[in-house]
Design a protein around this ligand. Sequence first.
Ligand SMILES: NC(=O)C1=CN([C@@H]2O[C@H](COP(=O)(O)OP(=O)(O)OC[C@H]3O[C@@H](n4cnc5c(N)ncnc54)[C@H](O)[C@@H]3O)[C@@H](O)[C@H]2O)C=CC1
Ligand SMILES: CC(C)CC(=O)C(=O)O
Ligand SMILES: [Mg+2]
Length: 361
Amino acid sequence: MECKITLIPGDGIGPEIVGEAVKVLNKVADKFGHTFNYTKILMGGCSIDEYGVPLTDEAVDICKASDAVLLGAVGGNVGNSRWYDVAPNLRPEAGLLKIRKDLGLFANLRPAYLYNELKKACPLKEEITKDGFDMIIVRELTGGLYFGERETKTVNGMLEARDTLTYNEEEIRRIAIKAFEIARKRKKKVTSVDKANVLDSSRLWRKVVAEVSKDYEDVALENMLVDNCAMQLVMNPGQFDVILTENMFGDILSDEASMITGSIGMLSSASLGKTKLGLYEPSHGSAPDIAGQNKANPIATILSAAMMLKFSLDLDKEANAIEEAVAKVLSEGYRTVDIASNETKEVVGTDKMGDLIAANI
Ligand SMILES: NC(=O)C1=CN([C@@H]2O[C@H](COP(=O)(O)OP(=O)(O)OC[C@H]3O[C@@H](n4cnc5c(N)ncnc54)[C@H](O)[C@@H]3O)[C@@H](O)[C@H]2O)C=CC1
Ligand SMILES: CC(C)CC(=O)C(=O)O
Ligand SMILES: [Mg+2]
């Protein structure tokens, strides 16, 4: 099979981790007889430096003409980078928001499960994780606070800033359907997370999710407030199957969920829309604090590449080969520093972790 894959290395650790994912994809291509044709585009700070904007329309067109997009991460040191103090549409993160919107990627899937081998890297007590956990966060990705109107102005001599959070019924319905469809193929439970004790947008969210659930009588629906969910995630993560939530809540809860898998460097993601074209990226950011040091864990990006093979390219067997290779390397005791524990056989750098996974394909 011949496929067109757009690569967006981005900023910080982005080029390092995407490089390792490509190494693994090339091994998959060799072994299974496929041709992956890559085109690289700039997004984020590197695009601002080159073109003055975080993402050009030409770059979006390249993504649209491909079968799938693999992204590292964008952004600099927030508050302390040359890309910080500029208009909102000229910041690195605006490139990410633009690509999600322009490709219509309203559903962000973030699976969080605990590898047996990583129980020592999980900060939770053993009695909480003894049976493991396996959940998927289904996060709405193109609405809510990150896409609302915002403004900073002076009122009565004082600076005032405003962000707005809006959802309409259709935006909620389509992501809810996605979550119920996914739950149907898993443990048949959706936990819809909102703040319906305060926010109008959450009250609408809860109403529409309840309507959608009527078409999925085989799937149990539970509603949970977001503050409680943050607590339940560390108290009893095993209770969750599918967590359905809006954009910002999902952003925050997925970082929390990532840490209980051992590290944010483990959490992959797929951003999907109505067509097969998806964008695949780790859940973490560009980690400027460790960029260029060969310390970043590439596994989240490598597992995102596996999701890409599965969802956009229908290469399930190849995706499984990547997942199995990751499990094998972990079971052999190799760890990047973020997931190392006293039982680790060898702490390896970004590049060696990529080599080991590729060698096990
Ligand atoms: N999808 C994207 O492109 C995202 C971009 N960002 C951007 O990334 C920049 C940095 O943001 P932060 O809040 O520092 O979040 P971050 O996720 O980049 O880093 C948070 C902490 O996790 C560590 N970390 C992250 N990924 C890791 C990996 N693969 N292996 C080992 N350790 C890892 C970092 O070293 C840091 O200590 C900002 O400009 C932010 O806007 C943040 C989140 C997502
Ligand atoms: C620009 C942010 C919304 C990116 C982020 O933190 C994420 O998608 O997880
Ligand atoms: Mg985030």
